[in-house]
Design a protein around this ligand. Structure first.
Ligand code: FUC
Length: 728
């Protein structure tokens, strides 16, 4: 018999340091590398004579409770260096393990090093410039402001202070600490001469307050900025960095992953091109994409802040695509699929707060088109203040988004959260849908005005039905609405059962759920997207709204509903493996839920490959391409890889089925992952050999019960608080 390595040894063997690296500066924004502390972020270009740092702060929004507005870029920092000589040995890299960006190169016999990070504990960005010869740093430091605010250099700092049309006040201040040489104002810039080392601190903030009760406004940020800079200037670079590393690692290092050999020696821009040709040669790149999603989540979504928008927090455009907002018919939900299972529950919180604020504003500013007596409904595209684009009422959006509150409970077992946050949110929407549904054919309950984002069947003059992009003609009984309502009812029923309350209403909702028009199988064996069987097998639309029941819903799965699961595969095969970044990411999740790891991997390969013509894929900095950059492709890919390794959505009589390696592709022969979370309050480590589970460790900090499927066998597990179970 072959001896198996202990899990810890298995892990350290293949897990490589996760870094994106390049041998040239970024020539465009999609080659620059992101840092972020949840709210304050930058894209670093790594230029030699000119370093360009484009920065953002997540609350810099135009718009208000009514107007959509746009997420705004803040400004830039430019360093113009006056060095001579052709640089050699250039390398820039982003370490995901450390959340530190580094540039090194040699020029004129001097080796220069730059480090940068965005510190959550210190609430500012830190840029460190060093050289291996004294007095080698000279040049100019400039700050820009995207809204034309006055810029003032004073002593060792530069400040820009301005106000947007919606009254939002903002400020950015950069402060230079130098060892050796001099720093002096030079017009609006700072002139640096013969410095040995520089630490540059950048703080940027606004008067935004994340509260409708406070009308979204708090004090001018000047005071906070001053005290952050003062505190950071009073400490050392080493200390700032140590605090940053501890903070980042406490989240990031909860999960480690090894999917096989990693071509870390190849620059990332070439690595993705080689991977395109050889999909099995570099599973390490897939592991890096997985961790990149977690890195970007830590960098763009921290408690107390706003949720990650369509671009996380990283945006250079005054009018970004779709306002860089919160789109509710896939995008914002997809952003958060990874949060619970990849052990970043804290990062989920901004989304819950935003959802609560959106509901508050929707109820208060009931626009006639979406006024409701009970609950609330959303538009497709929203800003942080409950304002929206008027395109597209998205009736089931509130229910879909509220699924996340139930999911949080499933993972955490937090009864207070269930009782005080999830349950009331679910119940008011159940009541809304109870009043909104009507009787359709055969006495089934249907939505009278469904929509399958984002297209619909339209009858032409020739009498033929065609599927038209963006069509919003009401479609009674559309599968998307039906499936989301089923999910809402089911989550509500389970929540009431868990809390042991409202038994009579719960039983009534069970009755309603039984009467819902369910998924139907159409004439070519597909899941029908609409109540009428009008699906076109050639329809390649990017949305796959009618498979919500497969993922992120739980109405269809291969074991409980094999016929429907088969029909879902027919639909998916017809839709194809292409699409925008998020569309491909969703398809990874679908195929994982349908237990086809090889198909999921095929789609992952397409997603992680630069696509000519720009449909989906990634940019050189591994940002997901819609195009343009949309972060859902990154977050959704991480969620999809997780679903390939571990699933726990199936729930019977209050007990979750934890499925270990449900969709492992043949190409991930040997590997391991530690620290994933499963519903029911479990933490899971897995190691596999030759495509088979070799070892699993399940921990239940709070105790818990589950059924566990490993290598085809199911066992029931009950753990006391702090208990651990090992397989085999
Ligand atoms: C939805 C999608 C688009 C895009 C936008 C932000 O409307 O249909 O593809 O992702 O959101």
């Amino acid at each position: 018999m072959k001896l198996l390595l202990p899990l810890a040894a298995t892990l350290t063997l293949g897990a490589s340091a996760q870094s994106l690296w390049y041998d040239k500066p970024a020539a465009r924004w999609e080659e620059a590398l992101p840092i972020g502390n949840g709210s304050l972020g930058a894209m670093i270009h790594g230029g030699i004579a000119k370093e360009h740092i484009q920065f953002n702060e997540q609350t810099l929004w135009t718009g208000d409770e009514i107007q959509m507005g746009n997420y705004q870029p803040f400004g830039d920092l430019f360093f113009d260096f006056s060095e001579t000589g052709e640089p050699t040995a250039y390398r820039r890299e982003l370490s995901l393990d450390d959340a530190v960006h580094r540039v090194t190169y040699t020029s004129g016999g001097t080796t220069f090093t730059r480090e940068a990070f965005s510190s959550h504990p210190a609430q500012l960005m830190v840029f460190r410039f060093t050289a291996d010869k004294p007095g080698a740093l000279r040049g100019k430091l400039r700050l820009t402001d995207m809204h034309g605010a006055p810029i003032r250099a004073d002593g060792r700092s530069i400040t820009a202070t301005g106000k947007l049309d919606n009254g939002l006040e903002y400020q950015s201040t950069v402060l230079v600490l130098h060892e050796g040489g001099s720093v002096k104002p030079d017009g609006q810039a700072l002139a640096i001469d013969a410095a040995d080392q520089l630490t540059v601190l950048l703080s940027a903030d606004t008067s935004f307050s994340n509260s409708p009760a406070r009308k979204w406004r708090g004090p001018h940020p000047a005071k906070d900025i001053e005290s952050r800079l003062k505190a950071a200037a009073a400490t050392t670079y080493e200390k700032l960095k140590a605090e940053h590393l501890a903070d980042h690692r406490a989240l990031y290092h909860r999960v480690k992953i090894d999917l096989g050999p990693a071509r870390d020696e190849v620059p990332t821009s070439s690595r993705i091109l080689e991977y395109r040709k050889s999909p099995t040669a570099d599973p390490g790149l897939e592991a890096m994409l997985f961790q990149y999603g977690r890195y970007l989540m830590i960098g763009s979504s921290r408690p107390g802040g706003l949720p990650a928008n369509l671009q996380g927090i990283w945006n250079k455009d005054m009018k970004p695509a779709w306002y860089s907002g919160y789109t509710t018919n896939i995008n914002i939900e997809m952003n958060y699929w990874l949060a619970e299972p990849t052990n970043l529950a804290e990062c989920h919180e901004p989304y819950f707060d935003w959802l609560r604020n959106l509901a508050t504003v929707r109820k208060k500013n009931a626009q006639p088109a979406i006024a409701t007596d009970k609950g609330w409904i959303a538009y497709s595209t929203n800003n942080p203040m409950g304002g929206n684009s008027t395109w597209g009422i998205h009736r089931p959006g509130s229910a879909w988004m509220t699924q996340h509150l139930w999911t949080r409970y499933e993972f955490s077992g937090d009864k207070d959260f269930l009782k005080n946050r999830a349950y009331p949110a679910l119940k008011e929407l159940v009541e809304y849908w109870e009043s909104y549904l009507v009787e359709g054919p055969g006495g089934k309950l249907i939505t009278p005005t469904g929509w399958s984002p984002e297209h619909g069947p339209v009858k032409g003059k020739d009498g033929k039905i065609r599927l038209v992009e963006g069509d919003r003609t009401p479609q009674p009984g559309a599968s998307y609405d039906q499936q989301i309502v089923w999910d809402l009812f089911t989550n509500y029923i389970d929540a009431a059962t868990e809390l042991g309350i409202d038994a009579a209403y719960r039983d009534h909702v069970i009755g309603l759920r039984d009467r819902l028009l369910g998924p139907q199988i159409g004439k070519w064996g597909q899941i029908q997207e609409w109540m009428q069987d009008v699906d076109d097998p050639k329809d390649k639309h990017r949305h796959v709204s009618h498979l919500f029941a497969v993922h992120p819903g739980r109405q269809i799965n291969p074991v409980a509903t094999p016929e429907l699961a088969k029909a879902a595969k027919v639909s998916l095969n017809a839709r194809g493996d292409g699409g925008t970044g998020w569309s491909r990411a969703w398809k990874i999740n679908f195929w994982a839920r349908l237990a086809d790891g090889d198909h999921a991997h095929r789609i992952l390969h397409g997603l992680l490959t630069p696509q000519s013509g720009g449909n989906g894929g990634v940019y050189p900095n591994l940002f997901g391409a819609h195009p343009p950059f949309q972060i859902d492709g990154n977050f959704g890919a991480t969620a999809g890889i997780t679903e390939m390794l571990l699933q726990s959505h199936v729930r019977e009589n209050g007990v979750h089925l934890i499925d270990l390696l449900p969709a492992l592709p043949a190409t991930w022969k040997n590997g391991s992952v530690t620290g994933l979370r499963a519903r029911g309050g479990f933490e899971v480590d897995l190691a596999w050999r030759d495509g088979k589970l070799a070892k699993a460790v399940l921990r239940a900090p709070q105790g818990g019960k589950a059924r566990v499927r490993a290598n085809g066998k199911i066992e029931t597990l009950t753990l006391a608080p702090g208990g651990t179970h090992t397989i085999p």
